[in-house]
Design a protein around this ligand. Structure first.
Ligand code: GCU
Length: 507
């Protein structure tokens, strides 16, 4: 007996070995590298010739190494790179010069130094509708479509990438509707529940199954003859008084006649450094670590959103010319990167995006360049790490050495609709995010909106002197808009301003 067991085990090991063999190095399918985040981080430092990085500051103000929160120290290099001057020093005075010369220069520098380049060849994504459900969100009948975008992995079958997205549109719309795509976890808003008849059938089948599985169950069911183990999910009662609570952002969108889509960033690229040899980045790199100019997670999430938009363009329920992108915090960064690089998105709601988002890299306040070159490095291109280097073959660099800054990223969105949203530190939209740095970038980006015939915040473009408006005072007259609400780390309180603002321009 023992011997037989041993043989079976040996065979299993041999088979396992064979499976391994398939994955072993061959020019076609190189073995997938599985670094820890720290190993991957060190690998990138080595590729760049960096020996010492400055550590990122702590967000906790009582720590000795806490981030700077002293406004007098926040602008070590106050002069921003000129958004409307070309690399050759020429003033950009016409839209043609912007589109043909200056904008491509800025794109190039953001790709090379900050977010990374899209690979030359990225495999195709094939979308399928997995489930279509008719539901109710509050009073609004909706159609919810669960979608999967499968990335062709024939070039490296060891990695699967399936993008998860949920599209929810009002069922009674007269024509195609605007859609706000949001980075987040897709779920059915209110799955349709079986009718009483169907529920009874389900319960009968369930009872029979339980008894077949364990005959002693019969006695229990006999004791409670009216009991139904499967019940309907409790649905929110649309008649229930709401009190002070305002409708959720998705209810507001539906009430305005819009649809929304939720796209899962993690199904595109996982949110950690160890995952960088997997996901879409890993698939294209055949499981190998990145090179310094390769894309980071933010660019990958933005790429996934653009693929989601590819699907929306094929769906007759959607007005694909009126699709926006939304996100908060790291996904606020991703939403800005999406809007900047993908001109088919008509609008963006950029929530509490902080450093790597709207906030200036040059600012020394809260989250630092050194945060983005430390634990958050995989959001960025490897090259970005140079700006956190204390000792390196190329010397020392800081955020002040970046050839571009975030006002120029925002300018790439012009003249399309961009709504910059923040909350307040007192309610949890921490000082870490540096609202003031985002305000300055938004002010500075305005010149490009104006050059292209659109409107900016309606104040001057002097980013050193313009004062941030009081909380709850929106500057919403232009295609570029700003509003700091009095809530926390969310953009939900700004939806009731965002929707009418966007509708005014989308007409
Ligand atoms: C951290 C990080 C921020 C990010 C935030 C979040 O605070 O430093 O960059 O925006 O997490 O996404 O919640």
């Amino acid at each position: 007996m023992k011997r037989i067991l041993f043989l079976v085990m040996a065979a299993a090991i041999a088979l396992g070995g064979q499976a391994q063999e398939k994955k072993s190095p061959s020019p076609e399918y190189p073995l997938m590298v599985t670094f820890t985040a720290q190993q991957d981080h060190e690998n990138m430092m080595k590729q760049l010739g960096i020996t010492v990085l400055r550590p990122g500051p702590s967000g906790n103000e009582s720590d000795p190494n806490h981030a700077n929160y002293d406004e007098t120290l926040a602008n070590p290099c106050p002069e921003l790179p000129e958004v409307l001057t070309t690399k050759k020093g020429k003033k950009v005075t016409t839209p043609e010069m912007w589109w043909e010369v200056r904008r491509p220069e800025i794109v190039e520098e953001f790709e090379r130094e900050v977010y990374g380049r899209l690979p030359a060849r990225i495999p195709e994504v094939t979308w399928t509708v997995k489930t279509t459900d008719r539901e109710f969100v509050g009073w609004t009948p909706v159609i919810a479509k669960q979608l999967v975008g499968r990335v062709d992995n024939s070039a490296y079958p060891l990695i699967d990438v399936e993008i998860d997205m949920m599209l929810v549109v009002p069922a009674n719309a007269r024509g195609p509707v605007p859609v706000l795509m949001m980075f987040g976890r897709p779920s059915f808003p209110a799955p349709a529940q079986p009718s009483s008849e169907d529920l009874e059938k389900l319960n009968e089948a369930f009872r029979a199954m339980m008894i077949a599985h364990d005959p002693s169950m019969k006695e229990i069911f006999d004791r409670y003859p009216a009991y139904t183990p499967i019940t309907r999910a409790a649905m929110p009662n649309p008649f229930a008084p709401r009190g002070q609570a305002e409708p959720s952002p998705t209810e507001q969108l539906l009430a305005a006649g819009w649809g929304y889509a939720t796209i899962d960033p993690n199904s595109i690229q996982t949110d950690n450094g160890a995952g960088i040899t997997r996901g879409i980045i890993g698939l294209v790199n055949k499981g190998q670590p990145r090179k310094p100019e390769d894309w980071g997670a933010l660019r990958a999430w933005a790429w996934g959103a653009a693929r989601g938009l590819d699907y929306l363009e094929t769906d007759p329920l959607v007005d694909a010319k009126k699709v926006g992108i939304e996100g908060v915090s790291r996904y606020g960064k991703a939403a800005l990167v999406t809007l900047a690089f993908e001109p088919r998105f008509a609008m963006g709601l950029i929530g509490s995006s902080g450093k790597g988002g709207v906030t200036l890299h040059r600012r020394n306040f809260g989250e630092a360049v050194e945060s983005l070159t430390g634990g958050e490095y995989y959001w960025m291109a490897g090259n970005y790490m140079k700006y956190g280097a204390e000792e390196a073959s190329f010397g020392r660099k800081t955020g002040c050495d970046l050839p571009i800054d975030s006002h120029q990223l925002l300018a790439l969105c012009a003249p399309r609709l961009a709504f910059i949203s923040y909350g307040i530190p007192e309610k949890g939209d921490a000082k870490w995010l540096d609202q003031q740095g985002s305000w300055m970038a938004t002010i500075a980006a305005g010149t490009v909106y104006k050059l292209l015939g659109a409107r900016d915040l309606g104040v001057s473009n002097n980013y050193m002197t313009e004062k941030m408006p009081p909380v709850n005072t929106g500057l919403l007259d232009g295609e570029l808009a700003w509003r700091q609400h009095d809530g926390g780390h969310t953009d939900a309180p700004n939806f009731k301003h965002f929707i009418p603002w966007a509708l005014k321009f989308l007409k």
